[in-house]
Design a protein around this ligand. Structure first.
Ligand code: UFG
Length: 301
């Protein structure tokens, strides 16, 4: 319905648990004519993954393995994977991360699921020469569609920064807890590369075309999806306060397990090979998130 309002298209929606092998195979058996898969499925909260690693390994791997097995069996050989930058690159020695920086064990079980998933894809491609994949390594994707129709409604208490900010601003949460201000950054709060979800979505369209047109240089490619600019937690809060002309209630608290102090994306490879560049800045990210949160509240009232 919401997708239709924006695009005029009504995509077919089938609800299954991808951990369910039989159900997954059944869907792919019925859709052998599909040209490819974009696999977004994963638990994704860094802190929760440290507390509950098995939940993360089970969900992220079962769903991936069932999908890969069912699609390969049906000759569906194109695959786009939602990978992750932050966590996958471990605690980087340098701040600017290129696709070649994958040298350390990821700092959290969540990041490890993404790293091992990429290795699984590599093994699959070696065994099946018809199979091609692009792994898109997301930096911190936030924001919502400008219409306010599509965004992320977190289940329960948000784990991520942006929904926590907007929920605090509308009064659902009392205050935002900033996980420390003693990191070696300009203001002590961690630095991330925040990318607008619409920019991120557009990169998927380009990646799908690259796969379908067989434009890849290797059967498995990796691309960073980030802006190349790092913002601290306080930068995000300041941008939010400026855009909304309000004061956010927040408090500095202790470190969160699994957090990495700072990093942002090297985007040269993505620009060169995908011809993709970021179009939206932090202000648009923050204002679209705020618009989305307000629409959600209006709908639920
Ligand atoms: N933060 C707070 N308070 C909060 C929530 C977050 O201070 O209530 C801080 C975190 O310490 C971090 C920053 O805000 O420095 C961003 O935290 P998020 O939880 O929003 O994002 P992460 O960087 O931890 O991870 C997110 C996704 C991952 C993804 C990663 C990619 O949750 O799935 O971005 O960079 F892999």
């Amino acid at each position: 319905m919401r997708i239709n309002k924006i695009t005029g298209v009504n995509p077919k929606f089938i609800k299954i648990d991808l951990k369910d092998t039989l159900a997954t195979h059944s869907v792919f058996n019925e859709h052998k004519d599909a040209s490819g898969v974009i696999h977004f499925v994963a638990h994704k909260a860094v802190g929760e993954a440290v507390d509950q690693p098995l939940k993360y390994y089970k969900n992220n791997f079962y769903s991936l393995l069932n999908t890969l097995e069912a699609q390969s069996k049906n000759g569906i050989n194109n695959f786009i994977f939602s990978s992750s930058s932050a966590t996958l690159y471990g605690i980087p020695d340098i701040l600017l991360i290129t696709e070649k920086n994958e040298t350390q064990r990821p700092f959290s079980p969540y990041g490890n699921t993404k790293k091992v998933a990429e290795e699984i894809l590599d093994d699959l491609i070696r065994s099946n020469k018809a199979f091609s994949a692009i792994s898109l390594r997301y930096f911190n994707s936030i924001g919502a569609h400008e219409s306010g129709e599509i965004g992320e409604p977190p289940n329960g208490i948000p784990n991520n920064l942006m929904p926590y900010i907007t929920q605090t601003a509308v009064g659902i949460r009392e205050k935002l807890m900033i996980y420390v201000n003693d990191y070696p950054t300009k203001d002590g709060t961690p630095i991330r590369d925040y990318i607008h979800i619409v920019d991120l979505a557009k990169a998927h369209v380009i990646a799908v075309e690259r796969l379908l047109n067989k434009d890849q240089e290797t059967a498995l490619e990796f691309f960073n999806l980030g802006t190349g600019i790092g913002y601290s937690v306080l930068d995000v809060i300041n941008a939010f306060e400026a855009v909304t002309n309000s004061k956010l209630n927040y408090e500095i608290t202790g470190r969160r397990d699994g957090d990495v102090p700072q990093f942002y994306a090297a985007t040269d490879l993505t620009k060169e090979k995908l011809g993709w560049t970021v179009q939206k800045g932090l202000d648009e990210i923050v204002s679209s998130s705020w618009n989305w949160e307000q629409n959600l509240r209006n709908e639920t009232q």
